[in-house]
Design a binder for this molecule. Structure first.
Ligand code: NOJ
Length: 734
């Protein structure tokens, strides 16, 4: 707790110095890149625009082999999925010793929630609402990856996720745009640090630009269609926040936007990203997304796909080999200009210069540093800390939690004794063997372990042993959820209930009359109405990574008082999806007691667990918020205050959330929108008054004429511990 206060204090003190800054190449990098460009052949330039995977952990079809020959000939200037100092050194040597111009390779990798020390999946980590901790975990991930020969990571993923069928919600921050922006900034700061070239940081790559999270029906790679207003208001801001926090590269997305695939979308890449936001880094495609524009049906062949991309503003072709095969020909035919190719080449060279690779191409290949850095004890300690902060207590009847050490525990579930699933999808270079299981985490207790059933499949043969163990115990702890590969890329589900017979087993255990604590391990919000009703307690633990078992045990034993709050709504059934907190009111607002309004006839509209929700082992009471001015001038700042009291008997942290509602707008407005939060620590019985300052930006939106700004009128300001548990006041903007 002391650590928490110190971190908070440091953040407050350092904040002005950490001010977000757009990446701008250094003058030296600009000048040296230009000088180098003057010596390059067209083929060598195109080589710098080419990125291939090596044969490690690729996420799609490898359409071209022989990357080593490509490096030698200068036809490939960038590689991904090659890591470790030994391997990257070997490849770098080819580039800087055997090519004409000795241009170093840029090495990329998906370091999504850790390199060797694996942190919670990003969605889980977001539930900590602890920006300093998220920045720290991103920094540690970068530090380990940079020590293992890497320069560049494909993170942060900032796609807004409102549809839990979409498996990739696990990689983002959840459903809220405002919170998504803050988390995007924190992650960019953590990955990239204050400037490129530090040996404990990587180049960040914001992805997937743009609107990938809105894949129709939650089906990965599906098309996206939405109004410009909706796009700018909800989906676009996190990319902008990440770019303005300094991210030096951006990845396009697989989907189309307004009928044009993102990889060929000039409006997105040139107009918005470069012109509106002033982005000066480089843009890379997603894996063969350039080629896939043929399947989208907007170009007839690969060559035309390359032309569409270069003209849209795409600098680097990931794995498509289109620029390599066709771009020179396109230049000859006048379908791509040399100027476009020069600009793209410069943008990539500048980053290589700013990384310091021209001065020392082996700067990130120090085997000693690699050994000392990976899985360092302090990294594991940080992972345990952020993991326990990411856990969300969803239910705790009769205060069954925390458990007591003298209780006899029946520990059940395949996931309770599994390492592979706990490190989750996109687990970098993490080793399952390094992971602490829940069974191991509970080693100090009086625990009997029985598997009961697998995560999937229909085998019930283990039920009996599990039920017998439950009968002998004081309390049952059962770990259920998904396998790691059931979410992430290419892992959409049409049914988001618990797979297999896991739910049946939980309900059988409930019948024993023993208290049943359900520990969920999963990559997306699940529909668990029967468990929500029947389990005694529920802990959402996501996939917490290397220190999972210790972190969950810390919460189960009460060594850590849970403080996580959901950043993505849990539906009651998949039929409610998409269900999110900041919906707009319709002309016929929901009334469960009458028919002719916006509702279902077979289920209520409210979710199982709303955005912002999460319990603690203590309780918090909120005063009605007050405002220093109940009427204020447009553009004037206002201060909202609330007193929060820890009304229970344990010390605990609370995420105090502030929402606004614009009562009358020139366009329809959501019923509430998050505009601020503070995570505070309160001792048992302690009260604190929290102040929020709201500037004009908090009240701004895309007005009827598509300009962004506020409109005079009445607003409700709501403060509370969850999006559905707030107290409100009304203020008027004059
Ligand atoms: C495809 C994924 O969509 C993207 O997120 C990832 O960075 C690339 N593959 C590279 O692995």
């Amino acid at each position: 707790m002391k650590n928490f206060s110190i971190t908070l204090l440091l953040c407050v003190l350092l904040h002005p110095f950490l001010k977000a800054q757009l990446y701008t190449p250094s003058p030296a990098a600009v000048q040296k890149s230009k000088a180098l460009l003057a010596k390059m052949t067209l083929a060598e330039k195109i080589g710098q625009l080419t990125l291939y995977t090596t044969d490690w952990g690729s996420t799609g079809p490898t359409i071209r082999e022989g990357y080593k020959n490509d490096i030698k000939s200068g036809a490939c200037g960038n590689l991904f999925n090659s890591h470790s100092t030994a391997f990257t050194r070997e490849l770098q040597k080819v580039a800087v010793e055997e090519t004409r111009l000795k241009i170093p390779i840029l090495f990329g990798f998906d370091v999504i929630h850790g390199y060797k020390t694996i942190f919670p999946i990003p969605l889980g980590e977001a539930c900590s609402w602890d920006l300093a901790a998220m920045e720290q975990s991103a920094h540690i991930a970068a530090k380990e990856a940079a020590a293992a020969g890497l320069h560049w990571t494909y993170a942060p993923m900032v796609d807004i996720g409102r549809d839990p069928r979409w498996g990739r919600v696990m990689e983002g921050a959840g459903e809220d745009t405002w919170l998504g922006c803050r988390i995007a900034e924190a992650r960019v700061r953590g990955i990239q640090g204050s400037k490129l070239g530090q040996t404990d940081r990587l180049v960040a790559c914001v992805k997937h630009f743009a609107a990938y999270g809105a894949a129709t029906a939650g089906r990965d790679y599906n098309t996206v269609d939405m109004s410009e207003r909706f796009f700018r208001e909800y989906y676009l801001p996190p990319y902008e926040a990440a770019v303005k926090a300094g991210a030096a590269s951006v990845m396009t997305s697989f989907n189309d936007y307004d009928g044009i695939p993102a990889t060929g979308n000039k409006y997105l890449i040139t107009n918005i990203l470069r012109k509106e936001w002033g982005f000066k880094g480089f843009v890379v495609t997603d894996y063969t997304s350039m080629n896939e524009m043929v399947n989208h049906g907007v170009v007839a062949d690969d060559k035309a796909a390359g032309e569409l991309s270069i003209n849209a503003g795409v600098d680097m072709d990931m794995q498509g080999s289109i620029y390599q095969r066709f771009l020179a020909q396109s230049v000859k035919e006048g379908k791509a200009t040399l100027k476009l190719i020069d600009d793209a080449t410069l943008r990539i060279l500048q980053i290589k210069y700013d990384l310091g690779l021209f001065d020392d191409p082996y700067k990130f290949c120090d085997a000693e540093r690699e050994k000392a850095t990976l899985l360092a004890p302090e990294h594991r300690a940080a992972a345990r800390e952020i993991s326990r902060k990411s856990i969300v207590l969803l239910k705790n009847d009769k205060n069954v939690l925390p458990l007591k050490k003298n209780q006899k525990i029946a520990l059940i579930g395949a996931l309770a004794d599994n390492k592979t699933e706990l490190i989750g999808n996109w687990n970098g270079a993490g080793n399952a063997e390094d992971c602490i299981t829940l069974r191991n985490g509970l080693r100090d207790g009086n625990v009997t372990y029985v598997k009961g059933c697998e995560v999937d499949g229909s085998d019930r043969s283990g039920f009996e042993a599990a039920i017998n163990a439950a009968k002998q115990a004081d309390v049952v702890v059962i770990a259920v959820g998904e396998k790691a590969m059931m979410s992430g890329e290419a892992a959409s589900r049409s049914d988001i209930t618990l797979p297999g017979v896991q739910e049946d087993l939980v309900l059988e255990l409930v019948k024993t009359g023993k208290p049943v604590v359900v520990v969920l391990m999963n990559g997306r919000p699940l529909a668990i109405p029967a468990i929500a009703e029947n389990a005694t307690a529920i802990l959402e633990t996501w996939w917490l990574g290397t220190e999972a078992g210790n972190a969950i045990a810390d919460v189960l034993w009460g060594d850590y008082n849970p403080s996580g709050k959901l950043t993505m709504t849990f539906p009651r059934s998949v039929g409610q999806v998409p269900v999110f907190y900041n919906y707009k009111s319709t002309g016929r607002p929901y009334d469960p007691n009458s028919k002719w309004n916006s509702r279902y006839i077979d289920i209520v509209n409210t979710p199982q667990y709303p955005f912002g929700y999460g319990l603690s082992y203590t309780t918090f009471k909120y005063s009605t918020p007050t405002c220093d001015k109940t009427t204020f001038k447009q553009g004037e700042k206002i201060k909202v205050s609330v007193t929060v009291t820890n009304s229970g008997s344990r010390d605990g942290e609370e995420v105090v959330q502030l929402y606004i509602h614009d009562l009358v707008g020139s366009v329809t407005r959501p019923v509430k929108e998050l505009r601020g939060f503070q995570k505070i620590m309160l001792k048992a019985g302690e009260s604190k008054t929290i102040d929020f300052t709201l500037s004009n930006d908090a009240f701004s939106f895309y007005r009827r004429n598509m300009t962004r700004g506020s409109e005079r009128g009445d607003f409700e300001i709501m403060v509370g511990g969850s999006s559905e548990d707030t107290q409100k006041i009304k203020v008027t903007m004059k």
